[in-house]
Design a protein around this ligand. Structure first.
Ligand code: SRM
Ligand code: SF4
Length: 515
């Protein structure tokens, strides 16, 4: 029989560090870490285990940590936004916040000595960052207009919250789910336009009706599983062939997570995401293990789902289902917010709305509940000159991952370069519609180049015999109804040669015209 020690020595670095000490154990040590400082800390705790609390050591900016929150369905109140603004304001030029591709916020410039106090202040306003990194379930996404959209089929906010609460034990931290084989993504869609990119999640719930015995339509979700992007492999989620009612969502998430936790492949980090287990077992076995874990037989999937629309970006003014009220989507170029922006957004949401802000997976935001009579005054607010409701067509749909400014995986600078390039192209071309350009700094694909019209993935390219920053070009990503994952069509384009190439592409394939 192999001893535990022998087993541990065969494990890869990450399995080893989790076996030695659960990531969440640092929860009780955070005061001590804050006291001794990051330089004196055990490196494994600092570089890895702190991520279980959402605190990310940044080798690019040592001593200035990133704090990744959890924001179920991307909903944040003015009060919460103000607390986060105060947190980043303290760090002057180092402090800012990025809206992420999972409807979430990441704060920059955080000093370790402040973390215990930051956590206390977050807790007071109902915010948490627990289990937001490493081998945990990421922020759970839902429609950003849930509860507002007259055409929604189901308001998923409460379900998203319940799933988060189950996974995190109501934000206390939950050792049941702190040692998954790898990261894990969940999305719950209640609208018709697939606003969550269901297809790129490990579990996705998509709306679907079934007829009951009396031929009445009952609302539920078809369940998709195994979608993911990684440097080595990208897969769209595939049907579990199961349909669940809303009240079964938490239970099936729990069952899938338990099956994955206990059986998922752990030897090779590149082959540990859920789809690899599904490959190994086949879908029938996977489904029956999930049913065993739940202790019930699940209904087969509904014949068709209700994702029938193109994806909306929500930028602009839209009437809500609540008569007399509107939600207004603002474009936040490359998702970056500074403390003053955050204070101002909190104020605007309170003065004109009901103190609520929503974030989108396109790294933009929405302020709901603005009454018809207040719309004109709201639109005249100075912040809307920068966070526009009518941005230029490329800026409107631009998404970018963090890139080299803060991320040590990055092969290239992304956010600033992305913005500068679309500004130049917008000055030279006219467009009939927005073109969705997504930048990602390395093959990890955090900026989701595979869902874009034009996806750009950082790489090293060769120019005049020298290695320079470059991109691989992705095309064919389709979102909304019949979503499809795009693929690489050209490799190794030096960034300095990109502008003419994109210009031609926009003219040839997307109907742009030279000015
Ligand atoms: Fe990501 C790792 C940023 C969405 C796939 N991702 C990282 C790290 C934590 C790496 C690191 O430690 O530096 C990045 C932090 C950089 C920083 O300082 O900001 C990072 N990922 C991001 C964010 C912030 C990009 C953005 O600018 O919006 C997104 C945060 C979402 C959130 O709120 O939790 C983000 N990452 C994604 C997505 C998109 C999605 O979920 O829809 C993906 C592809 C989908 C997927 O995971 O299936 C993604 N990130 C990865 C991977 C590759 C995973 C894999 O299975 O191989 C890594 C690397 C890893 O986990 O080993 C990674
Ligand atoms: Fe960093 Fe790469 Fe993710 Fe961009 S895609 S945030 S460079 S890990």
């Amino acid at each position: 029989m192999t001893s535990t020690l022998e087993q541990t020595t065969k494990l890869n670095k990450f399995e080893k560090l989790k076996a030695e000490k659960d990531g969440l154990a640092v929860q009780t040590e955070i005061e001590e870490f804050a006291r001794i400082g990051w330089e004196a800390m055990d490196e494994t705790d600092r570089d890895h285990r702190l991520k279980w609390l959402g605190v990310f050591f940044r080798p690019v900016t040592p001593g200035k940590f990133m704090l990744r929150l959890r924001m179920p369905s991307g909903v944040i109140t003015s009060e919460q936004m103000r607390v986060l603004a105060e947190i980043v304001q303290r760090y002057g030029d180092d402090g800012n916040a990025d809206i992420t591709t999972r409807q979430n916020l990441q704060l920059r410039g955080i000093r370790l000595e402040d973390v215990p106090d930051i956590f206390r202040r977050m807790e007071q306003v109902g915010l948490t960052s627990v289990q937001s990194g490493m081998d945990n379930v990421r922020n759970i996404t839902g429609s950003p207009v849930a509860g507002l959209d007259a055409d929604e089929l189901y308001d998923t906010r409460e379900l998203v919250k319940q799933v988060q609460d189950m996974i995190t034990n109501n934000s206390e931290g939950n050792p049941e789910f702190t040692n998954l084989p790898r990261k894990f993504n969940i999305a719950i869609a209640g609208c018709r336009d697939n606003s969550v990119h269901a297809e790129i999640n490990d579990i996705a719930f998509v709306p679907a009706f079934k007829k009951d015995e009396t031929q009445d339509e009952t609302f539920g979700f078809n369940v998709l599983v195994g979608g993911f992007f990684s440097a080595k492999r990208c897969e769209a989620a595939i049907p579990l062939n199961v349909w669940v009612k809303p009240h079964q969502v938490v239970a099936i998430c729990r069952a899938i997570l338990e099956v994955y936790r206990d059986n998922g492949l752990r030897a090779n980090r590149q082959k540990s995401r859920l789809m690899w287990l599904i490959d190994e077992w086949g879908m029938d076995k996977f489904r029956s293990e999930v049913e065993n874990q739940m202790g019930e037989t699940l209904e087969a999937e509904a014949e068709k789902d209700e994702i029938l629309w193109d994806k909306r970006d929500h930028i602009g003014v839209y009437p809500q289902k609540q008569a007399g009220f509107n939600y207004v989507g603002l474009n936040v170029p490359i998702g970056r917010l500074y403390a003053n922006d955050m204070f101002e957004l909190a104020r605007l949401a309170e003065v004109y709305g009901k103190g609520e802000i929503r974030l989108t997976v396109e790294q933009n935001l929405i302020i709901p509940y603005i009454s018809d009579s207040r719309i004109d005054a709201f639109l005249a607010e100075p912040l809307l000159e920068r966070f526009s409701i009518e941005p230029a067509p490329l800026t409107r749909a631009l998404v970018s991952c963090t890139g080299a400014q803060f991320c040590n995986f990055a092969l290239i600078e992304t956010k600033n370069r992305a913005l500068a390039l679309v500004k130049e192209l917008e000055a030279e071309l006219t467009f009939t519609k927005p073109v969705r350009i997504h930048w990602t700094g390395c093959p990890n694909s955090c900026g989701q180049p595979q869902v874009a019209d034009i996806g750009l993935m950082g790489t090293k390219a060769r120019k005049d015999g020298k290695m320079v920053e470059g991109v691989d070009l992705y095309m064919g990503g389709k979102v909304g109804k019949d979503a499809e994952v795009g693929t690489c069509v050209q490799k190794g384009i030096p960034c300095e040669d990109l502008k003419p190439l994109l210009r031609d592409l926009l003219i040839d394939k997307f109907g742009a015209e030279a000015l």
